[in-house]
Design a protein around this ligand. Structure first.
Ligand code: PLP
Length: 474
């Protein structure tokens, strides 16, 4: 056998192995998926959904042994940028790294002085959510200013943005689209434009969400200046660990983001390439001698946060499946919503931002803003109503006992987390709070979410509905 024949044989065997071995990771509507036994087979809230395509791609990339971000990475970066309709997508090794790089980029001395985030400046964010949406603000030396979250949408109460603004100090807004529900981009963009602020959309939980503003519909992650993705397994697509920073329009930001991701270097040559600028030995920067090798000139205090090409190979195959994954998430959300509709007196369900009610035909009624949201649901959010006669924790335990995966809305009210109570004590100027954060507290106390991910089969959804129904009926 020559090496191509050997490779073909390896691929054939890998596909066969994967088909037999990973049956419980196939999508919920796949007839080859492992059998579901109610009460015995776990119903995960999320997880990797893949088939032999991803395993073959991973093994193929190992056989190529390029290892560092290379051809597969370039393909995924291009594909993701095309999907979202943004200028560039740059892969990193996690969603948290993406947030760190995006926020760090706004501190660059290459930006106009009045827009650059400097120590002591303020960045507005939201109190309920995932900690690494917020941590980079403080890690970059800025003050995180917290507005409240709305327990129904899970999203920031964007009407509080004006209350949070401090002239001369506020430089940016950095918030997440919660659980696959876009936040109010109309209010946020108007606010950012009026005060000349950056907007970073944490799109980690919202890949595939769409937002309509003034008749134009775009994916979330394409409205601000920068946005971020996570490709950790529960997310809309996965490459194990991974993420991306999306540069929406500005070429200058791309160079800065890349620099922070890649050691802080000034040079923008791809891995394995030299002299893209055609003057590798023609620069004089800082106090370095004229002609110092551009490859080793550093304009930022950067990191190395790149993923492997093997991960990108998996991500590329996942991206091909993304439209189907998004449709499955939407459809699973609607099935759960319909199946639990009888319990509206006990449970409060999510509404897409700008929706005023859900109708049993699956449609929504909308507010007068003229905006529309199309949710690519990360999860199905349930808040227990005060009059329910049971608590969120009792419901969570019941689901656990029946092997139904459930999660809190991440850190709840982040300011009540030990990391933040310590900060408040030891570094009070790193945090400022607007209002009483009652919505974030309700999310922390009364809310959980269950899965909508594409691995859920009809049987799993029926079982989830009947388990919650039994519990509600006491
Ligand atoms: C909104 C949000 N941002 C950022 C992250 C961090 O992503 P990662 O786990 O890839 O670091 C998460 C994690 O799930 C998240 O939910």
């Amino acid at each position: 056998m020559d090496t191509q024949e050997l490779r073909d044989e390896i691929s054939r065997l890998v596909r066969e192995y994967s088909r037999r071995q990973h049956r419980s990771n196939r999508s919920g509507d796949d007839s080859d998926r492992a059998e579901f036994i109610p009460g015995k087979t776990p119903v995960p809230y999320a997880g990797r959904v893949f088939d032999e395509d991803e395993v073959e791609a991973a093994v193929g990339s190992v056989l190529d042994f390029w290892l560092t971000l290379g051809p597969e990475g370039e393909r995924l970066e291009r594909g993701l940028a095309e999907f979202l309709g943004v200028r560039n997508s740059l892969l990193v090794n996690s969603g948290s790294s993406a947030n760190l790089v995006a926020m760090s980029a706004l501190t660059s001395p290459k930006l106009p002085k009045q827009r650059r985030v400097m120590p002591g400046d303020e960045v507005i964010t939201v109190a309920a959510g995932f900690p690494t949406t917020v941590a980079p603000i403080i890690q970059c030396g800025a003050t995180a200013v917290f507005i409240d979250a709305d327990p129904v949408t899970g999203n920031p109460k964007c009407h509080q943005l004006e209350d949070a603004y401090c002239s001369g100090k506020t430089k940016a807004v950095m918030m997440a689209h919660a659980l696959g529900n876009p936040f109010d981009l109309k209010t946020t963009l108007e606010f950012c434009r009026q005060h000349d602020l950056w907007l970073i959309e944490d799109n980690c939980d919202a890949l595939g969400c769409r937002y309509t503003l003034s008749g134009a519909t775009q994916y979330t992650g394409s409205w601000g200046d920068l946005s971020t993705q996570s490709f950790y397994p529960p997310h809309h697509l996965t490459m194990g660990e991974g993420g991306a920073v999306n540069v929406v329009k500005q070429a200058a930001l791309k160079v800065i983001v890349e620099s922070f991701r890649d050691w802080g270097r000034d040079c923008w040559c791809a891995s394995g390439k030299d002299n893209t600028c055609n003057k590798r030995f023609g620069w004089q920067l800082g106090e370095l001698p004229q002609g110092y090798d551009h490859k080793y000139i550093y304009s930022h205090l950067g990191y190395n946060l790149k993923p492997l090409d093997i991960q990108a190979a998996i991500g590329t195959r996942q991206l091909e499946k993304l439209p189907r994954f998004i449709e499955a998430r939407k459809s699973n959300w609607q099935k759960l919503r319909k199946g639990l509709a009888d319990f509206e007196d006990l449970l409060e369900f999510s509404l897409p931002t700008h929706a005023t009610s859900w109708n049993p035909d699956g449609d929504f009624s909308w507010d007068s803003s003229g905006c529309r949201t199309d949710c690519s649901w990360f999860g199905f959010k349930i808040s227990v109503k005060p009059q329910a006669g049971f608590t969120r924790t009792q419901l969570a335990k019941h689901l656990d006992e029946h092997l139904i995966g459930n999660r809190m809305l991440f850190g709840g009210n982040l300011l009540r987390q030990p990391a933040f109570t310590t900060l408040r004590r030891e570094n009070p100027s790193s945090i400022r709070v607007v209002g009483d954060l009652a919505g974030a507290d309700r999310i922390m106390n009364d809310t959980l979410f269950i899965g909508t991910y594409p691995g859920l089969s009809q049987e799993m959804i029926d079982y989830t509905i009947s388990t919650i129904a039994d519990f509600c009926r006491g």
